[in-house]
Structures are given as structure tokens and as C-alpha cells.
Design a binder for this molecule. Sequence first.
Ligand SMILES: *Cc1c(COP(=O)(O)O)cnc(C)c1O
Length: 417
Amino acid sequence: MNKYVVKCPECKEVQDPYALHCPNDDALLRTEYSKKQIEPADMPGIWRYYDWLPVNGIIEEGSGRPVTYRSEEFAKELGLSDLNITFNGYWPEKEAFIRTCSFKDLESFPTMQRLIENNEERIMVVASAGNTARAFAHVASITGQKLLLIVPKNSTHRLWTTDENSSSICTVTVDGDYYQAIAMAEKIAARDDFVSEGGARNVARRDGMGTVMLDAVLTTKSLPHHYFQAVGSGTGGISAWEASIRLLEDGRFGNNMPRLHLAQNLPCAPLYSLWTGIELTGRCPEEMHDDVLYNRKPPYSAIGGVKDALDDTNGMIYGISNKEAESAQNLFEESEGIDILPAPGVACAALIKAVDSGEIKTDDQIVLNITGGGQKRLEEEFPTQQLEIGLTVSPTDPDAERKILEKVSELFGKGGY
Ligand SMILES: *Cc1c(COP(=O)(O)O)cnc(C)c1O
């Protein structure tokens, strides 16, 4: 029997394991694993959750995994008795070893492993506001897979690495926003010699992020009442929901579907707008606490997307101001004793709001996904360097595409693509 199949949750047809779309509808395809009860594997990093990752092999080196621990101090500040923090980042004292300091590594490793299994020789194209770029750059440095990163220019400060050899990576910055970087990446990825990683539609990305819920539940031994996460695309929320469906089927962790509490950063919060009907105005992403949370086209209404995840879990979306995010981040850092990225500060603020409004009870079991942290902690131990920018293009330059292709062939050689 195969380890897994990829199926449409709507029409139930089995699709090619690498398919990104169902030919019959717009549903997000979903993995179905033959093993219904997960057993942690004695393997490094994320591969501990090998049973429920859509791979048939691993990348030995370089991956980390989410680490769940019971909060004492932050929980006390909020008056909560069962707050569990799932930390994604670098914090060796807690055995947290994600070297790029965000949960995007949970997506990049399984995605890369599948490219290898599929004997992919095309150049992978990734558009990113930063953390995803760093995660894919890290794994590509390990495997040597050719990678074209397309990043908005004002996110270049996030393009650091601890890896020494980044020779398989071509980095292009676009003098525009994330959406313009995506549009540029789509044009390039449509060419024969390039392949896109598929975003929210890629089951490896979602099941990789789903390991946050797996780690939380395998640590606490029960499905929590509530799951809090800061979202841009909402993919992490969908992933937590899908992992919960599998854990319910597993049978050993109770029969409670966790409520999703997703947090967006105002005013750039399209999921919050779609969910509440509240219209927002503001300059995006300039006015944000963390622009990694900006995504103009999140997978909201597709079958199996954010709306379905919220409906099925009796979920909520919070709109969080910069001020709320900043003070929640400070409170978290001071009480837990680790630095975090700005984005998870937005999730901390949502948790505070939920407590204050009585939305959750103080003795409920809660999982707070800290989606990135420990960058300062990492810098105490490792030298970091900036990825070299190969080229900067303007989104309105009609020649931008040709210039990028030239840069790619200059770096990888004409025969390289
Ligand atoms: C990408 C990102 C998020 C949001 O992820 P979704 O794809 O919306 O689930 C949250 N925090 C950090 C640090 C991120 O990099």
C-alpha cells in the first residue's frame, strides 16, 4: 500500500501526488495517509512527524521542528492555567533548532524533499516577503537545488543565512510590493525550465505546517480547545485544521475539534475583512507591525480554504493594531525570556483580546503558535550573512523578465536551464 494518496476533499477523486488542482472543482487537494495513528519517528528535525508528511525519504541535515512547552510566566500574566506554546525558531535551551527562525522551514523541507523524489531538474521559483525566501534558501543550500527567489525590495533585510554555500540560489528583488513580486514570479514560473512551489495548494507546505498541531497534541496528549496563530495567507490555519481532522481520526487525543483563532494585522487584513465584512483602508504593507502578514489574495473561499476551516472549527479572526501587537510582543518576550518575530506578537495580542472579552475561559487548553523567534538568540552563536542580490528589477520594466532570465543563465550556465 502507498504511504499516502492525494485526494480532492470535495469529489473524493484521487489525483496525481504532485497535482495542485482538482480537474473538477476549486478545492485544495488533501493528503490521505494510510497510517491512521501517528507515531513519532526517531529521525531528525521535522521528520519526527514522517508518518504524516507526504514524502518517501528525508533530507538528513538542517531541519528543525516545532517544540511545545507549557507556559509559566506569560500564562500567569494572562491568568491562564493551561497555555501551551509551540515555538518555531532557535532556542537551544528548549531543543528548538530552526535555523532560519520561522515556521516557513516546516514548508520548505517537505517541499524540497518532494522535488528530489520527483527528479525535478527545473529551477524552483519562490516569491516571498522574506521568511519563506530564507527557508527555501536554507534548504536549497543543503540540497544544491537551483532556486530563483523573487522578493520585494523592502524585505531584503530578511534575506540572511547561516549557510556558507548559497551558489545554487539566484536572488532577484522587485522594486514593488509582495503582490508584484508574486506576479513576476508567476510569469517566470510559467516558462518551461521553471517550476513553482504552489503556495497554499502544495500539500507538502500544508502538512509541513500541520506539524505544529501534531507537536502540540503529541506533547500534551490531547486536542486543545483553542489554537492561536497570526496569519497572512491563512495557510497555517488551514494546516492546523487538517492536522486536527487527522488527530481526531487517530482517536487517542479526544474528540474535540480545536477552535481556530486567527490573527491579522490592521489595517492590512483582507481575511479579517472577508470574515467580518468590515472594510479597511490604509497603506499596505507600509503601515504594518509585520508585513510578512500581508497577502492580498489569500485562499479564503476555495473549498478546503480558510472559510471552511473557520466554519468547521467555529473559528474567529481578530484584527490587531500595531500598538496591541507591539505591547503583546514585549510582554511575551519579557515573560518567556526569548525574542520573537513581530508576526507572532500579533497572535499574542489576539490571545490577550480573547481572554479580555471572555471568548475563552481561563482554564481552557490553549495552543499558541509562535511562528518565528530566537533570531537574537541565534545571532549569539552563529555568524549570519546577507544573501547576495543578483539583480533588482522594476515591476513596470517591460524588459524585467528578460533581465531575470539572463541573470539566471549567467549564474547557472546556459545549459543550466
Ligand atoms: C508566513 C508567516 C506567518 C503567516 O503564515 P500563514 O501562511 O498565513 O499561515 C506568520 N508568522 C510568520 C513568522 C510567518 O513567516
